[in-house]
Design a protein around this ligand. Sequence first.
Ligand code: SF4
Ligand code: SF4
Length: 207
Amino acid sequence: MESEREFDYETARPLVQKIMEQSGQNLLACYQCRRCASGCPVGEETGYVTPDRLIRMIVLGQRDDVLNNQLVWRCVSCYTCGTRCPNDIQTARITETVKKMSKENHITPITPKVDHFHSSFVKAGVRWGRVNEIEFINSYEIKNAITDLRHLRFKEIFKEMATQGGLGLRMLRKKRLHFGFQRTKGRDEIKRLYKKAGDRSVVPKAH
Ligand code: SF4
Ligand code: SF4
């Protein structure tokens, strides 16, 4: 994180403009009352970055911190902050926008597992119209294993394999694991929606 918290006009202007345009939220209406921060369910896991502080960081042009922080990756898009905001600012749309910008800039996420979960889940869902558990979990675990291998975290790989293996067995017993690939109607429409939203990274190639 940056040690100095100074206003950088040259960085701030385009950053504010881009995030406001893409999220559709008027960041300049925020007067830092912090009503949004009090109800955030992931507040205890996001360190000092609360919705109001994220907006402040954007307005101050702290680009590096804005593009990679715990709130952006851990926000669960519950919209609690938005319903409490007197200015109708929806931080969930801001965190989604920033996440997308972070991916476009090839920034390694501060919590890679959240990124792996998100991209594997959405990709599996977009491909078949509904998520296939086997495809999703394989893709998720392969991405996690590659990250752990890069950092020589062998223990983590075995721990994760044991955890997911146990979970898979429990799901199998409860008949919650589907081996076949069920296609649903309207898959092309889902793909078109994601393409339109500009998230080509999760749109699988036609097959
Ligand atoms: S509730 Fe709205 S105006 Fe108040 S700090 Fe949060 S985003 Fe800003
Ligand atoms: S939408 Fe995100 S930032 Fe807002 S309260 Fe929910 S988790 Fe927190």
